[in-house]
Design a protein around this ligand. Structure first.
Ligand SMILES: [Fe+2]
Length: 303
């Protein structure tokens, strides 16, 4: 019977993957074991702590539903999501910066006509969003689907509301760029919001005395054929959580000043009686390839 000291054990587990047919899977498994074993050795992990970790991960999985992804949230608050983003986007070459997908890319993103109000059923300060999708030289990209989603003015995504099951999506939609690469829509000004704190991830945030807040933002996923899928946010300048985003997702280039407007005519010529905000942000796409993620429920149906 082989017996191993703690260093030999690591070597034995690594060599157990020797016959793995896929070299990338073999490499990932070996490196994962090295890192996990190093963690246990460095911390002298106790049985109680190991048991807590197993229980924590079990509860994280149990908290997941077709519209809730506690594991993405865990990855986000531990900075893993932004690290994966960083190692995959080292050179942007003038392309728009990227950030986390987050756990709220769920449900169906219904195509809507330009100018549509994606938050027509919600209260809040009204906002007009106008944007253009181009290549790195500024050439417009037409016919490109752009998914948008954001929280309401109480800090909740539609999928967190009981009404989601009966009323369907709100503050989320798909637009397709016109011949000039443009798209535009109406919505409300989103506010900063706490990540869900009623699960194990929130429990960890509170126990470690971190705050759970994300600065106000709108999510965009731009998926142009022949270009790397762009997963990003546009953050709203002046938000008090820009310097301490709980998921470490803020980049300077993604912060946009929102104009407060009181003129009656909006950029598409329609009139309004109430004050409104204007968000203008253009996206520059980097040539390449890649698979854009699917909204969570659609991905589950495909599985
Ligand atoms: Fe978000």
């Amino acid at each position: 019977m082989p017996q191993f000291n703690d260093t030999e054990l690591t070597a034995a587990v690594i060599s157990s993957f020797e016959e793995t047919p896929d070299p990338r899977v073999k490499f990932l498994m070996e490196e994962l074991v090295k890192s996990l074993h190093d963690f246990v050795r460095r911390t002298d992990l106790s049985f109680e702590e190991w048991d807590y970790a197993i229980n924590f991960l079990t509860r994280t999985g149990q908290k997941c539903t077709p519209t809730r992804q506690e594991f993405i949230l865990l990855s986000d608050v531990l900075g893993v999501s932004m690290l994966v983003d960083a190692v995959n986007h080292r050179e942007r070459e003038g392309a728009t910066e990227t950030t986390v997908l987050g756990p709220f890319y769920v449900g169906e993103h219904k195509p809507m006509p330009h100018g549509a109000d994606i938050s027509a059923n919600l209260s809040g300060e009204r906002m007009f969003v106008q944007s253009r999708v181009t290549d790195l030289e500024g050439k417009p990209l037409a016919g490109v689907p752009v998914d948008v989603w954001h929280a309401d003015d109480e800090g909740y995504y539609d999928s967190q509301r009981p009404s989601y099951a009966t009323e369907g999506p709100s503050s989320r939609a798909r637009f397709v760029t016109d011949a000039d690469g443009r798209f535009f829509f109406r919505t409300i000004l989103p506010c900063s919001y706490p990540i869900p704190t009623d699960g194990p991830v929130g429990e960890m945030i509170l126990q470690t005395r971190r705050h759970p807040m994300r600065p106000a933002h709108v999510h965009f996923l731009v998926d142009a054929p022949g270009y790397q899928p762009l997963i990003t946010h546009v953050f709203i300048e002046g938000d008090k959580y820009l310097d301490s985003d709980v998921v470490f997702g803020v980049k300077d280039d993604l912060i946009s000043s929102i104009e407060r407007r009181s003129d009656k005519v909006m950029p598409d010529g329609q009139t309004t009686a109430e004050p409104w905000h204007l968000m203008t942000y253009d996206f520059r796409m980097k040539p390449g390839a890649g698979m854009a993620p699917k909204p969570m429920m659609a991905a589950a149906e495909d599985a």
